[in-house]
Design a protein around this ligand. Structure first.
Ligand SMILES: Nc1ncnc2c1ncn2[C@@H]1O[C@H](COP(=O)(O)OP(=O)(O)OP(=O)(O)O)[C@@H](O)[C@H]1O
Ligand SMILES: [Mg+2]
Length: 463
């Protein structure tokens, strides 16, 4: 049984229960109210009649009482003498009834109000007196018909309400079927279709409700799956391409060494090519493992509360000589403020080293690298400038993609696989920071790294 049918049945049953409880309590309340009213009314009527007779024992009084009782609806009135012979009888009371009244009076106390033996009428009896001596009995038989009529009307009303609620339940079921069940089935079919490999297909529903939200989430998921599939294909083709080139070298030079005797210098040259290509493959694999680990959250940082200027200063001290060996200059202007950030010094240096290697590689000898840090609102900003060729504006957003290499990088045969900046970006993101690249107006490339400041920046004490 589907969910919408279950909801409709539950709603219908709930409505029926509510109607039944309401009707039942109304019936119980009105019955007891009617009973109480009738009992006390009969008691007081008979007491009043007996009182009047006591004060004015006269046939006219009895006749007057008879007339009054005959006007009451659903009432049989009988005046009995001491021997229970009927003296005055209202219209409508027959012999059988009178015999039943006599039997009832005999088996009850002289002044009593109670249900008739059949339970469908109320009998009331009260003695009357002449000169203080009991002279007979006044008897009233009150029909319960008005209550029966009310009960029947209530029953009809309950039936009508139950029928109405069933009808409403059916309409509700129809509504749910159209608005919820059918769209849910369509969603289930579509997701099964997407799961079958039709990634990227969308439902494109324009609904404003929760189902619309669900369908738009499914659309998003489908597009992301398609993008994931695409990037997986690209990744595999890039990896195989990047491995094939060094493998070709390794294979060719290895067979040369194997097949033909070589002069020692030539053999050494071939062995160093094999070594260089093996190192390249090793780096590619290491970079891929590093990236995958970071993306899967397996790489954790050893964060410390550090001053960014001190951390960058340390990096510059460590790599100054390496830069100079490549005929490059590496300079740093530190901030006058202390900029406290949560940092893993080694990871920051790994990221900056990737940037440094790029600057050296793509600028060449004479490269000038300058770093400086400053505070902007609640973030520390680290600027990394070089004076190289920069990157065409149209390619600026692609440099973060895995295996992206600029045309110049490819054609100039500079070593690399296009993973360096992806790793840098992941490292900065692990620090809850961000990194952007832009071309400097005066030439060269600029990287802007932002890191959240710890809430305790203070002015550096004057040296
Ligand atoms: N400082 C720079 N100046 C000019 N172009 C740059 C600079 N840094 C990066 N690029 C461009 O961005 C591309 C991507 O850089 P990335 O560091 O990701 O890869 P790579 O240097 O080619 O290879 P590797 O994985 O060895 O770092 C480079 O191929 C190059 O075209
Ligand atoms: Mg690089």
């Amino acid at each position: 049984m589907n969910v919408t049918t279950k909801i409709s049945i539950m709603t219908g049953v709930m409505m029926l229960v509510i109607i039944a409880v309401l009707a039942g309590s109304y019936y119980a309340a009105s019955t007891s109210f009617y009973e109480e009213q009738t009992f006390s009314d009969l008691e007081s009527r008979l007491a009043a009649h007996a009182d009047v007779i006591d004060q004015n024992f006269h046939p006219g009084t009895f006749n007057h009482i008879l007339t009054m009782e005959e006007r009451e609806e659903g009432v049989n009135y009988v005046e009995f003498d001491m021997d229970l012979h009927p003296v005055r009888i209202s219209d409508g009371a027959d012999e059988h009834e009178i015999a039943a009244y006599q039997a009832w009076i005999q088996s009850h106390s002289p002044s009593e109000v109670a249900y008739s033996p059949g339970g469908d009428r109320i009998f009331a009896v009260s003695p009357f007196a002449e000169n203080g001596e009991t002279a007979g009995y006044l008897f009233i038989d009150q029909s319960m018909q008005p209550l029966a009529d009310t009960t029947a009307a209530l029953f009809r009303l309950t039936l009508a309400a139950a029928g109405g609620s069933l009808l409403l339940g059916a309409l509700f079921l129809l509504f749910l079927h159209r608005r919820v069940h059918r769209p849910l089935r369509e969603l289930a079919d579509s997701t099964a279709h997407i799961a079958d490999g039709h990634w990227g297909e969308t439902l494109d529903w324009r609904r404003q409700d929760e189902l619309g939200l669900l369908s738009s989430r499914i659309d998003e998921m489908s597009s992301q799956l398609a993008a994931y599939q695409q990037s997986r294909k690209q990744l595999l083709s890039s990896i195989s391409h990047d491995l094939r080139t060094p493998l070709t070298y390794v294979k060719a030079y290895a067979s040369l060494l194997q097949d033909q005797p070589q002069a020692p210098e030539e053999a050494n040259r071939q062995i160093s090519v094999i070594h260089r290509e093996a190192v390249r493959m090793e780096r590619l694999v290491e970079d891929l493992v590093e990236l995958t680990n970071m993306e899967e959250g397996k790489r954790s940082l050893r964060l410390e509360n550090l001053d960014l200027s001190d951390a960058v200063q340390q990096f510059c001290n460590n790599y100054q000589a390496a830069a100079e060996a490549e005929h490059c200059t590496l300079s740093f202007s530190r901030s006058s403020q202390q900029l406290h950030v949560h940092l893993d010094q080694d990871r920051l240096e790994q990221a900056l080293y990737n940037l440094l290697r790029n600057a050296v590689l793509y600028t060449g000898p004479g490269c000038r690298i300058h770093l400086h840090v400053y505070q902007e609102d609640k973030t520390a900003v680290l600027v990394f400038d070089d004076n190289g060729p920069g990157i065409p504006a149209s390619q600026l957003s692609s440099i973060w993609d895995r295996f992206y290499r600029g045309d110049d990088a490819r054609s100039s045969k500079t070593p690399g696989s296009g993973l360096g900046l992806s790793i840098v970006k992941q490292l900065i993101h692990l620090h809850d920071g961000d990194i952007q690249a832009e071309n400097r107006p005066e030439g060269g490339l600029r990287f802007l790294i932002t890191l959240p400041l710890i809430n305790r920046t203070s002015q550096r004490p004057a040296d």
